[in-house]
Design a protein. Structure first.
Length: 373
C-alpha cells in the first residue's frame, strides 16, 4: 500500500530545499551585481517557500496571499531583466492580452458548474484559492512570454526558462479543483499534483540559478577593469599585428568572436563562430547569425560604459563570415557594429589578411576604417 502522506512529505521537502537554494544563490548574485532583476527573482523563491509551507497545513488564505506575491515578483523580475538588457517587453505582439478577462471568467464559470453538479465542494477559502491560482497562472504565463524578448542574448537558458514558466503557469489552474474533490480522490493527489509541482519547481529554480549565474548576466558587472590604453575607433590588422595587440589586451575583458577559442585570453568573453551546433553551448554562434553577434556587441559596449570603461571587440572571423554570407550583408553588419563602437567610444579590432579580399572589397573595408577615425 502506498503511503501518500510520506510521498507528499518527501516531495514537499524537495520543493522547500529547491526554493531556499534558489533564494540564497540568486540573492548572492544580486549582492555582487546589484541587478534588481536578481533581487526580485530571489524573493519570488523565498515567498514560494512560504507558499509551500502553507500548502502542507492547507491554509487557503495564506496560500492565496503568498502565491500572488510569488507571481508578482517573478513577473516583475523578468520584466526588470528585459529592461536591464534594453529590451522592450512587447507582450501585445506575442500574447493575446485581450483574451485574459474572458478566459478567467470562463474558468470561474467552469468551477461553479463543477460545484453545482457535485464534482467539487466549495470549501472554506476555496474562492481565494481559485482566484489566487488563476491570477498567478496568468502572471507566470506573462513572465514566460516576456522572457522570449531576451532569447537572443541568453540563448537556450532563456528558451528553457520560457518553457518552464509557461508550464508552471498552466499547472496552477487545476490545483483549486483538486482541493475541492471528494476526500477519497484527494488521497492520490500527492502522486500526481505534488510530483508535478515538485518537478516544475526544481526545473524552474535550476534554470533561474543558471541564468543569473551566467557570464551574460554577471560577468561584466563584477570584473575590475584595468585601464584601457588602446585608441578608440576601428583597427584593421593582420595576424602578426593581432598577436602583438593580444599581449596588450590580455587582462582586459574583451568581447571576442573567434575561430579558435584557445587563441583568446581566459578573461575575454569568447564566442566560437562555427557551423557546429553543440547542445548547451551558448558560446557557439553560427556564422549566419549576424544578428546575435550584433546584439552581443551592443550589450557588451553598453555594460562596459556602465562600468565606467570602454569596450574592445575583436572580430577574428571575418573571412569565415564571408563564406556563409554575401559581402554586402557582412559590410552592413560591420557598419552597424562600427556605429555602436563610435557611440560608446569603444574599439573594434578586425583581424583580416588583405590577400583574402578582392581589391574593391578591400577598398570598402578601408573606407569603414576611415569613417571611424
Amino acid at each position: 500500500m502506498v503511503d501518500y502522506s510520506m510521498l507528499s512529505t518527501i516531495q514537499g521537502m524537495v520543493v522547500l530545499i529547491a526554493d531556499l537554494l534558489a533564494f540564497t544563490l540568486i540573492l548572492r548574485v544580486y549582492q555582487k551585481t546589484k541587478r534588481r532583476s536578481a533581487l526580485f527573482i530571489s524573493l519570488a523563491w523565498f515567498f514560494d517557500f512560504l507558499t509551500v509551507i502553507n500548502y502542507t497545513v492547507l491554509n487557503p488564505y495564506a496560500i492565496g496571499f503568498f502565491l500572488s506575491i510569488v507571481s508578482m515578483l517573478m513577473f516583475y523580475g523578468v520584466v526588470e531583466l528585459c529592461k536591464e538588457e534594453d529590451r522592450a517587453v512587447t507582450l501585445l505582439k506575442i500574447f493575446p492580452l485581450a483574451l485574459i478577462p474572458p478566459l478567467l471568467a470562463l474558468y470561474f464559470i467552469g468551477l461553479e458548474i463543477l460545484a453545482k453538479i457535485g464534482m467539487i465542494n466549495i470549501i472554506s477559502g476555496f474562492i481565494i484559492m481559485a482566484g489566487a491560482h488563476a491570477t498567478a497562472g496568468v502572471f507566470f504565463l506573462l513572465a514566460g512570454f516576456s522572457i522570449k524578448s531576451i532569447e537572443e542574448i541568453y540563448g537556450r537558458k532563456a528558451r528553457y526558462l520560457f518553457i518552464g514558466l509557461v508550464l508552471f503557469g498552466l499547472h496552477l489552474f487545476p490545483i483549486p479543483i483538486i482541493y475541492g474533490l471528494p476526500p477519497y480522490v484527494q488521497e492520490v493527489y500527492p502522486i500526481i499534483g505534488y510530483a508535478t509541482s515538485a518537478v516544475l519547481v526544481v526545473f524552474l529554480t535550476a534554470l533561474t540559478i543558471k541564468l543569473t549565474h551566467s557570464d551574460e548576466f554577471s560577468k561584466l558587472k563584477t570584473l575590475e577593469i584595468p585601464q584601457i590604453t588602446i585608441e578608440p575607433g576601428v583597427l584593421i590588422v593582420n595576424k602578426e599585428k593581432y598577436t602583438i595587440l593580444k599581449e596588450t589586451l590580455k587582462d582586459i575583458p574583451v568581447l571576442a568572436f573567434v575561430r579558435d577559442l584557445k587563441e583568446a585570453a581566459d578573461v575575454w568573453e569568447r564566442y566560437f563562430i562555427t557551423t557546429i551546433s553543440k547542445e548547451g553551448k551558448d558560446n557557439f554562434i553560427s556564422p549566419t547569425n549576424l544578428e546575435r553577434i550584433t546584439e552581443l556587441s551592443y550589450r557588451y559596449l553598453r555594460m562596459m560604459e556602465e562600468k565606467g570603461s570602454r569596450g574592445v571587440i575583436v572580430l577574428d572571423c571575418v573571412e569565415y563570415l564571408l563564406m556563409y554570407n554575401d559581402f554586402s550583408s557582412v559590410m552592413k553588419f560591420l557598419n552597424k557594429v562600427k556605429d555602436f563602437i563610435m557611440h560608446y567610444n569603444g574599439t573594434l579590432i578586425i583581424v583580416v589578411e588583405k590577400e583574402a579580399f578582392a581589391d574593391q572589397q578591400w577598398a570598402l573595408l578601408m573606407r569603414l576604417l576611415e569613417k571611424a577615425q
